[in-house]
Design a protein around this ligand. Sequence first.
Ligand code: SAM
Ligand code: SF4
Length: 334
Amino acid sequence: MSNPIPTQLFDRFGRKVDYLRMSITDRCDFRCVYCMSEEMTFLPRDQVLSLEELYTIALAFTELGVTKIRITGGEPLVRKGALELLARIGQIERLHELVLTTNASQLATMALPLKNAGVKRINISLDTLDPAKFKAITRTGDLHQVKRGIDAACDVGFERIKINSVILKDRNHQEVVDLVQFAVDKNIDISFIEEMPLGIVSHHDRSASYYSSDCIKADLATHFSLLASTEKTGGPSVYYKVQGSQTRVGFISPHSANFCNTCNRVRLTVEGRLLLCLGNEHSVDLKEIIRANPGDMDLLKQTILAAMQIKPEKHEFNIHEQPIILRHMSVTGG
Ligand code: SAM
Ligand code: SF4
């Protein structure tokens, strides 16, 4: 008799993996300068996992002890059928947290259906409060539409809303105080992210744009008292509480404060590649497995278990060199 399949994922460094980030599309209505190049070639339809395949993989992971799934992209809400998929995944009993990362362009109409689908928390990308800068950074985005989306999300009352801001020197670093004030006024959280060198981007020098979390903290200290917090939300953010408010400010610092030793996550690209690390190419093709063996859940789970053995110890990002990781964040499922 074969051994029973374990119900929890561990990698070879003893890290428990209980968090899956699923990209459900590589497409997006924006073209943020740090994420995509202006001209992108998107995947042909037959290379993209179907909604059914995405659901099957989500189910397999929950049977292997994953309790948190983040739906992301590309822009997840531009995928047709996204709401139905979220609602199905939201009903998986073993899943404790279904969360979403979005650029908010569709939130004005989709916030309530998302809440009803079981989405508990939302991360919203917002790098600037200046409409012209917003257009320049996203290339196609409309700040007013995004703000309407944020307001709709606030009205609906998710358990938590967090703004994610990628800070680039001389593009938006001057706005960190305003962005925190925006979060305080809306009674939501905010995290600042150091840019990661994923994929070749045009019109933008990553080395020259690097602005460290320490610089941001120093800028914020001129206006706010940030109280260190031991709180963790299962991610790489280090949190501070803004004194006199409910707002938490997080710092995601892949360059200045490596967080790999507590890594608890893996990523699924919409092509079906299981990525074991954001900053390495180690991956396993799950699409091949499920298309060649439809309905064989045990084989899918065994493949995922085996993949844990090649999860790298840490990323090797170097902002001053050409990226060694050629996939863009939009493909990675950031
Ligand atoms: N479209 C959605 C959004 O923008 O929130 C979800 C996908 S997007 C790839 C997820 C997150 O990755 C966003 O917060 C975005 O700012 C961030 N991101 C994209 N490219 C990045 C890079 N090179 N370095 C750091 N963060 C990046
Ligand atoms: Fe689209 Fe999000 Fe990438 Fe911006 S960061 S281009 S919104 S996927």
